[in-house]
Design a protein. Structure first.
Length: 192
C-alpha cells in the first residue's frame, strides 16, 4: 500500500511548476483576447497553435521527468504528443486553421476541462481542501467549450468572448492546482 501511495501521490507536488506556467499562459491569453476582440479571431489561430505546441511540450517534458514516479505518465505523454501533432498540422495549414480553429479549440478545451474535473476528483479522494474550486473551473471550461461549438452558427464576437472566458477558467484551474500541490507536498511528507 505504501508503494502505491508513493506512486500516486508523491510525484504530484513536483509538477506545480507546470501548472503555474500554464496558468499564466492561459490567463494572459484570455486577457489578451478580451482586450483585442476584433483582432483576436484572426490572430487566434496562430496563438492557439503556439499555445497548443507549448502545452504539448510541457506535458511531454513533465511525463518524461516523472515517468518512474507517476502511474499515468503514458497518458500524459500521449496527450502531449497529440497536442504537438495537431499544432504542427495547424501551423502548416494556415488556411484550413482559420476554418477549423473553432472546432479544434472547442475539442481541446473540452479535453482540458475533462482533465480538470478528473484532477479535482483525484484531489477529493486524497482529502485535499479546495478541490471544489478546481471542479468548478473544470466544469466552467467544459461549459465554454460547448458554447464555442454552439455559437459558430451565430458568429460575431460572442465566440471570441466565450474563448476568452474558457482560457481564463483554464488558467484559474492551473493556478488552483499549483497552489494545492504545495499543500499536498506537506501532507505527503508527513505520511510517507
Amino acid at each position: 500500500m505504501k508503494h502505491s501511495l508513493h506512486l500516486n501521490i508523491v510525484p504530484l507536488p513536483k509538477k506545480w511548476w507546470k501548472h503555474l506556467s500554464l496558468g499564466f499562459l492561459f490567463a494572459l491569453l484570455g486577457i489578451w483576447i478580451f482586450i483585442t476582440p476584433s483582432a483576436s479571431y484572426m490572430s487566434l489561430s496562430f496563438f492557439f497553435t503556439l499555445i497548443l505546441a507549448i502545452t504539448g511540450a510541457f506535458e511531454i517534458i513533465a511525463s518524461v521527468l516523472y515517468r518512474k514516479e507517476t502511474k499515468y505518465w503514458g497518458f500524459h505523454f500521449m496527450g502531449g504528443v497529440l497536442e504537438l501533432l495537431v499544432s504542427g498540422f495547424l501551423l502548416f495549414n494556415p488556411v484550413m486553421t482559420m476554418d477549423l480553429i473553432t472546432y479544434v479549440l472547442a475539442l481541446w478545451l473540452f479535453y482540458r476541462g475533462s482533465r480538470a474535473v478528473w484532477v479535482s476528483v483525484r484531489l477529493k479522494s486524497y482529502s485535499i481542501g479546495g478541490w471544489g474550486w478546481i471542479l468548478a473551473t473544470g466544469i466552467g471550461t467544459l461549459i465554454f467549450a460547448i458554447l464555442i461549438i454552439v455559437y459558430p452558427i451565430l458568429g460575431g464576437l460572442s465566440i471570441v468572448y466565450a474563448m476568452a472566458l474558457a482560457f481564463l477558467a483554464l488558467g484559474m484551474f492551473n493556478f488552483s492546482v499549483a497552489y494545492h500541490l504545495g499543500g499536498l507536498r506537506k501532507r505527503v511528507g508527513n505520511s510517507v
